[in-house]
Design a protein around this ligand. Structure first.
Ligand code: PMP
Length: 301
């Protein structure tokens, strides 16, 4: 679990997090139009480093554009502000969350003004995240929205309501998380992470049509490709997933989470399987600044 750091960046100033409030009548609250992104920072020998912050900020700005928000800051300013937020925590491990929301405080369906505000908060981990294997469930009627109804690349609050309800159902059924299906009934993604299977030595993840382009997903694919591990970015049938050798979730808050069971059935290898464990070790080493090849992914603070 993570707790919000005492101070956050709001429109250019570090303020007390408890004082940074959103009005009940705000569009963000009434219509779920707040856009956000979440990245991470990690301890390295050169101090805390943000992981792929430029990509997170670029994705945040794309989400903002998609909902018609006009923000006053570009990528460079938001990167500098993010470094400031990390420094203000005095910690070397945690998450950074960028939020963008309509400044005008009325809930008209079409906001009265496109002007938006930005807040950047750090979240600090209460306990070190040990990736414990999890059980996941699927339901035929727990699916991602059709991409023409809701673009899966846009991180907007409203998009998370369906997945929240599906996760609750999965938990009630004794699983830790839900794996949402796509409109064709293939594997899509979990509410806040992408999904991978390991099948006959290949690392297999669904293509981007129905899922968010996760930055951890992209990192895993880059690492696998660089090491000559076969990669498949193709529709992943439910039955293939259920009988995979290994499977894992990828996402910023817990880079790789091994999956032990799908719909009550154990996967072939005990979780974490060897490919999952290897990719996780590589990713953690890169985030820790130990790999010269991937220095461009780090922003030292
Ligand atoms: N899918 C969804 C729907 C998400 O919200 C997230 C979290 N941002 C992910 C996948 C994983 O993306 P990332 O690796 O960039 O955290």
């Amino acid at each position: 679990m993570a707790v919000t750091a005492p101070r956050l960046w709001l429109e250019g100033t570090l303020v007390d997090s408890a004082e940074a409030k959103l009005r009940i009548m705000a569009h963000a609250a009434q219509r779920g139009s707040l856009v956000f992104d979440a990245g991470s920072f990690h301890p390295t020998l050169r101090g805390p480093a943000l992981f792929r912050a430029r990509e997170h900020i670029a994705r945040f700005l794309r989400s903002a554009r998609a909902v018609g928000l006009e923000l006053s800051y570009g990528e460079e300013e938001l990167l500098r502000a993010s470094v400031e937020v990390v420094r203000a925590t005095g910690r070397d491990d945690g998450l950074v969350r960028w939020s963008g929301f309509f400044t005008a405080g009325e809930p008209d369906l079409l906001p009265r003004s496109p002007r938006g505000s930005v807040a950047i908060a750090a979240q600090l981990l209460e306990e070190p995240g040990v990736p414990m294997p999890i059980r996941v469930a699927t339901f035929q009627d727990a699916r991602k929205a059709a991409p023409d109804a809701l673009d899966p690349a846009v991180k907007v609050g409203a998009a998370y309501l369906g997945p929240m309800l599906h996760r609750r159902r999965a938990k009630a059924a004794g699983a830790n998380d839900i794996i949402l299906l796509d409109q064709e009934g293939h594997i899509a993604e979990a509410p806040v992470s992408n999904v991978f299977a390991v099948v006959e030595g290949a690392v297999w993840t669904p293509p981007l049509r129905y899922v968010l382009g996760g930055i951890t997903r992209d990192s895993v694919l880059a690492i696998a490709r660089a090491e000559g591990i076969p990669v498949r970015e193709e529709p992943l049938p439910l039955e293939t997933f259920r009988s995979a050798d290994e499977a894992f979730l990828s996402g910023t808050s817990m880079p790789l989470t091994p999956i032990s069971h799908v719909d009550g059935r154990a996967l072939n290898a005990a979780a974490p399987g060897p490919v999952t464990a290897h990719l996780l070790r590589r990713l953690l080493a890169i985030q820790g600044g130990e790999d010269a090849t991937y220095q461009a992914w780090l922003t030292y603070t």
